[in-house]
Design a protein around this ligand. Structure first.
Ligand code: IVH
Length: 669
């Protein structure tokens, strides 16, 4: 009897860790989350009935530890070394020369790896079972953070193949940029202090005394070193292969290089491509591949002579803040911008950086004339991160935020609770230009050739003042042709592009109008629910808020936009110019059994993709929109339906499961 249950427990454990491996290491899950949860629940239940059979490496024990006051100290069996840093091609060639001199005539190869910007950790296994995890500490002694590390799902609690004896695996615990950002947003919502960057966030997480909290944080692991007398292979590269077979995540970007030239190209490649990775790196690591040669090269001080960190150029630099300028956006938003003495940082020369708003300047007490620290973050947008107080000129005073618009001289407003100042003069030339540029931009009316310089030129000459004036430009043909830099051909080209914009779909027009808070996504939702401009103008805030995705702020902004007589006139003129003011669905047949029926899809369908479902519905004359409203005829429900289901239920919309839906489209076609 017992042995049957014991066997079930054992097979659940094997299967669950297999699924963890597929999900967290290979990123190729083969079962649904629900099936996984059910299996886990079964194991939890069995272990609850038989606590005597719980083992520390059971998948149920990832979040088992109780909070501690202090981490016990661990002495590393083999010291955790750090790496010497190099920053230039010259330094890396010097490193290579030293390797060559020591190894004599022998051939050697390098393994090049990414230098993950996280926290070094070491994990010990006995007979294939994880028994301890520790931080690097001072390299000799670190903190025992076993319970915290067990919560990281990509660290195997039991190796995938059976291994006798002991071994130690070292690697980096890190956080992906997107996970970090999401977590920080949640922290801010909860009133907690945000972390500065993914690295600090990983470090702070591993220091938490409660493993339950650690388990909620999105930590990842990558293994890059195996230390073991018995199991190590002859080369580092093969050790990485071995780690992979045991179930550890290893980097897919590791390369074997047979010359220093290849090493330099690898470094250059990743310097240029680092933004494409989902996590931060601060350089590459170069290691001699052969373990015998590593031993021959040895260790000096705390770093090996067989490996080196080849870091990227610093993404921080000091420079002088020449002035603080104000930029006026198309909606009148005022953004302070730092005019800087040009400085080379993170691969490019920077002379401008955003200062966000008045509060940011006040908080850091930034003053023109200051020496400031410029930093390039993960998103490459340079920002001023601090002031070097010691270099502040003697006669400097706190920056007073200007009270008038630099473009039109109007008084600036900052309402309570808002971070930004606004220029409320809608005739402000900066706003006029900004609105027209936005209208012409890609994703909006996409008017090729109508860029910033031409908009400037035309606005300054008084040829255009609103976006509707664009469609009257051909009547100024003679004037334009005679302008500097213009001729018959270039004028015709522009007029053609403007003519073409008249066929842009309605959702592009709505986006192009530049209503505050209405991006391309919201514009699509609006036209799905209000297919003509009259319906949209006629919608009050309450009606607008019925559209999923449209909150009170957006609804208010839309109503305010259309209530303005200038904007109404603008719409009239655009309509006169034959710009699209309603949804035209060319594909829509006028016959078909689903004519007049509006569908909304939610969740995942088994038999076909969303796009396929949409095409089938449209082919039968029906329409598919993004959100549920009282005009919806059917809600089609796949697995894991979203909030649309609740909404449809409250509105009494007819619901179709996948089977019913397929029946309808099959019998109709
Ligand atoms: S190897 C003796 N490989 O860089 C070998 N380290 O100062 C020691 N790091 O503390 C480390 N990515 O936190 C190695 N692919 C990589 C690495 C890496 C990041 C970190 C690690 C270490 C520091 C070196």
């Amino acid at each position: 009897m017992h042995s049957r249950i014991q066997r079930e427990i054992e097979s659940l454990r094997t299967e669950l860790s297999d699924h963890e491996y597929r999900y967290y290491v290979l990123a190729q899950p083969t079962i649904t989350d629900e099936a996984y949860d059910a299996m886990m629940q079964r194991l939890v239940d069995l272990e609850r009935q038989h606590p005597e059979w719980i083992t520390p490496e059971s998948p149920t024990q990832r979040v088992g530890g109780i909070p501690t006051k202090e981490f016990p100290t661990v002495t590393h069996k083999i010291p955790m070394l750090s790496l010497a840093n190099t920053y230039s091609e010259e330094e890396i060639r010097n490193f290579d020369r030293r390797v060559q001199e020591t190894l004599g005539q022998k051939k050697y190869r390098y393994v090049c790896e990414l230098k993950f910007d996280g926290i070094a950790i070491s994990v010990r296994y006995e007979n294939g079972i994880m028994v301890q995890g520790a931080t690097r500490g001072d390299g000799i002694q670190g903190d025992d953070i076993t319970q915290n590390l067990k919560t990281i799902r990509s660290i195997p609690l039991r190796l995938r193949t059976s291994v006798r004896g002991s071994l130690e695996v070292r690697g980096e615990a890190y956080m992906k940029r997107a996970d970090f950002q999401r977590m920080n947003e949640e922290r801010q919502l909860a009133g907690e202090k945000p972390f500065v960057n993914p690295r600090n966030s990983a470090a702070g997480t591993l220091k938490l005394q409660d493993p339950k909290l650690v388990a909620q944080r999105p930590l990842n692991f990558v293994a890059y070193f195996l230390s073991s007398g018995e199991h190590a292979r002859a080369n580092h590269y093969d050790n990485l292969q071995q780690l992979k077979e045991w179930g550890f995540p290893t980097s897919t970007h590791t390369r074997l290089c047979s010359s220093v030239e290849e090493v330099v190209s690898y470094w250059k490649l990743w310097e240029a491509q680092r933004e494409t990775l989902p996590f931060d790196i601060d350089g590459v690591v170069v290691k001699v591949d052969s373990i015998a040669q590593q031993e021959q090269l040895g260790v000096i001080a705390k770093s090996p002579r067989w490996a080196v960190a080849f870091k990227f150029a610093s993404r921080k630099a000091e420079t002088k803040l020449l002035n603080i300028l104000l930029q006026v956006g198309r909606l009148g938003t005022i953004t302070p911008v730092a005019a800087l003495e040009p400085v080379f940082v993170g691969g490019s020369t920077v002379s401008r950086a955003t200062l966000h708003n008045e509060d940011y300047i006040r908080e850091l007490d930034i003053r023109p004339g200051d020496t400031v620290v410029l930093e390039k973050g993960g998103d490459v947008i340079p920002k001023v991160s601090s002031v070097v107080q010691s270099k502040r000129p003697e006669q400097s005073s706190v920056f007073q935020f200007p009270q008038t618009c630099p473009e039109c001289g109007s008084k600036l407003f900052r309402s309570e609770g808002e971070a930004n100042y606004y220029c409320e003069n809608s005739d402000c030339p900066a706003q006029i230009k900004g609105r027209i540029e936005h209208f012409a931009s890609r994703g909006a009316m996409d008017i090729e050739g109508l860029g910033e310089a031409i908009v400037d030129q035309f606005v300054n000459l008084g040829l255009i003042k609103t976006v509707a004036d664009l469609y009257a430009l051909p009547s100024h043909r003679q004037t334009i042709v005679e302008l500097d830099g213009w001729g018959q051909k270039s004028a015709d080209k522009l007029f053609n592009a403007i003519e073409k914009s008249k066929s842009r779909p309605f959702e592009h027009v709505i986006y192009a109008l530049g209503i505050r808070h209405v991006g391309a996504g919201i514009a699509q939702l609006l036209v799905d629910n209000f297919p003509t401009i009259h319906q949209l103008i006629g919608a009050n805030e309450e009606k607008l808020r019925h559209v999923a995705g449209v909150g009170p702020q957006i609804a208010e902004s839309i109503v305010r936009f259309f209530a303005d007589p200038h904007n109404r006139l603008l719409i009239d003129r655009l309509q006169h110019a034959s710009v699209q003011m309603s949804v035209h669905n060319n594909r829509k047949p006028s016959s078909g059994v689903l004519v007049g029926k509006t569908f909304v899809l939610t969740g995942t369908l088994n038999a076909l993709t969303r796009e396929e479902a949409k095409q089938r519905i449209e082919a039968l004359g029906g329409k598919v929109v993004g959100s549920v409203s009282k005009n919806t005829s059917y809600l089609v429900i796949g697995s894991d339906p979203g909030t649309k289901l609740e909404k449809a239920k409250t509105l009494g919309i007819q619901l179709l499961d996948e089977e019913k839906f397929l029946n309808i489209i099959q019998s109709a076609s």
